[in-house]
Design a protein around this ligand. Structure first.
Ligand SMILES: *Cc1c(COP(=O)(O)O)cnc(C)c1O
Length: 486
């Protein structure tokens, strides 16, 4: 496909406006005027519309394709939440507007919305209070590690390391390290559960806490949580819950009630913000009562007269971790989503997410090697090893799915599963879509036996085939050079 610059025709215009006389021109200091017109492409309006519409149709998106990308929760988000976010009263707000003036106008509504979202998330997770400031899941994890450090400093505890199971999400060890801690890995057993003896051996008085992804990256709920929490609390350590995939347990389990002291949520995964390509996101962090003093500033508080203000008076706070109130638009969508679904609806969300994943797991069990012997949570993990004898790898299977209009699942992750394929159907897909996916995988497995090279050639229906991914990342070609450039 040509770049828009290559489609340019000298003199072509998108709009034609009457010429203005010199008197009507704004008076601009001549020193600031361009000597030459900007080198913009020259096209008709129709050329521009077709160009960008054509580009947009080359995307895989939840609005156009099934997108079972494990761990990422690429689910459908109701358009009503987008409408709420775009309301001029919310989207036109400026964060520096006064909070209270003229009888409580201006930002009172926005502050109330933030406060009510914070209260709902606290109830959902069984936490004392949330901060809505963090701008992504990993940013929430870092905030959590900073809160842990502030707690231990305040208590005079000498803590040097954070324990992380080998089944954790990859951002956990990165966040702990940036938070200033050494990372010690705790191995899992064959079922993906933490080795309790290994945990006991690793814990000592310098353990700041444990970060746990639950369900784990194998899509399984972790057993022995209360024993694990007792071991960590025994050395005044803190239990951190990575709740990025809360749609697995929403309305069923409250992390604060099963021994966790802090947790982060990914609003852009579980609570209705379309995401991908790096943002936007929000990773609110909830804490139990004893960690409240360390939450970042500002915090929205409700005063006795019913008005809301931003409170900066928190001497033990870890301070600022984001400008203003966090990613306000993402929080508005989450607020709309929470109110739309209500208590019952939220619970049905996790029921459907888990049911859909188990449906796919059982349908594909005869074709690929399911990692979990029993039930999974919101995602299911397979190994593509049974196909190896045909010379077809997980990557080939993924490319075959692309040709058949399905976004591939996450592949080669988790790392401890050879030829891993990680499927997260999400709660919003219909039975028909799940059946189409299963049928398509079955056809590809049959094709692997019959004509493995057909899969080695895939994808053949896309604008580009297989990329040299290293070159694509290392030798990026981002600068347009016109054909006649010197
Ligand atoms: C997605 C995810 C993260 C990271 O979230 P970002 O918003 O991408 O920073 C962390 N933990 C788990 C379990 C996740 O699935």
């Amino acid at each position: 496909m040509q770049l828009i610059y290559e489609k340019s025709v000298a003199g072509r215009r998108a709009v034609r406006l009457p010429k203005r006389g010199d008197d009507a021109r704004p008076k601009i200091n001549p020193k600031l005027l361009r000597a030459q017109p900007a080198a913009l492409p020259e096209l008709s309006e129709l050329d521009v519309v077709r160009h960008y519409t054509e580009l947009s149709r080359r995307n895989f998106s939840v609005d156009t394709h099934f997108y079972p990308l494990g761990s990422c929760t690429m689910k459908y988000n109701p358009k009503a939440c987008e409408v709420a976010c775009a309301l001029p009263g919310l989207s036109d707000l400026h964060p520096l507007w006064p909070q209270l003036r003229h009888g409580g106008l201006l930002t009172q509504g926005a502050l109330q919305l933030l406060h009510e979202t914070e209260r709902m998330l606290s109830e959902i997770c069984g936490m004392a209070e949330f901060t809505l400031q963090p701008l992504a899941g990993a940013h929430g994890e870092l905030t959590g590690c900073m809160i842990m450090a502030a707690y231990h400093r305040d208590r005079g505890n000498k803590k040097t390391h954070i324990l992380i199971p080998d089944s954790a999400h990859g951002t956990n060890p990165a966040s702990a390290a940036i938070g200033g801690y050494d990372v010690r890995t705790v191995p899992s057993d064959a079922q993906g559960n933490m080795h309790l003896d290994a945990l006991r051996a690793a814990v000592n008085s310098e353990t700041a806490g444990l970060m746990m992804t639950c369900p784990s990256t194998l899509g399984l709920f972790v057993d022995h949580l209360t024993e694990i929490a007792d071991i960590i609390h025994g050395v005044d350590g803190l239990m951190y819950y990575d709740g990025a995939n809360l749609n697995a347990i929403l309305g069923r389990v409250k992390p604060g009630q099963i021994g966790f002291d802090l947790c982060q949520l990914n609003l852009h995964k579980s609570f209705s913000t379309p995401h991908g390509g790096g943002g936007p996101g929000a990773g609110p962090v909830g804490v139990v009562e004893k960690l409240r003093p360390f939450l970042p500033i500002s915090r929205v508080v409700k005063r006795g007269d019913g008005t809301f203000v931003l409170d900066y008076d928190a001497p033990k706070s870890i301070g600022y971790i984001a400008p203003f109130y966090g990613n306000f638009g993402v929080i508005v969508r989450a607020y709309a989503y929470l109110l739309m679904l209500g208590r019952e609806g939220l619970r049905e969300t996790s029921d459907a997410a888990v049911l859909n994943a188990n449906y796919i797991q059982e349908k594909l069990r005869p074709l690929l090697k399911a990692v979990a012997p029993g039930r999974c949570m919101h995602e299911c993990v397979f190994s593509g090893e049974p196909l190896k004898a045909t010379g077809v790898h997980t990557l080939d299977l993924a490319k075959g799915l692309v040709d058949r209009g399905i976004h591939p699942p996450t592949i080669y992750f988790p790392l401890n599963v050879p030829e891993a394929i990680m499927v997260e159907p999400t709660e919003s897909e219909s039975r028909e879509t799940l059946d189409t996916f299963v049928q398509t995988v079955a056809e590809l497995v049959a094709l692997a036996q019959r004509d493995p090279d057909a899969l080695h050639r895939a994808p053949v229906t896309m604008p580009v085939g297989r990329l040299d991914e290293v070159a694509a990342a290392k030798n990026m070609d981002l600068v347009f050079k016109p054909a006649n450039a010197k």
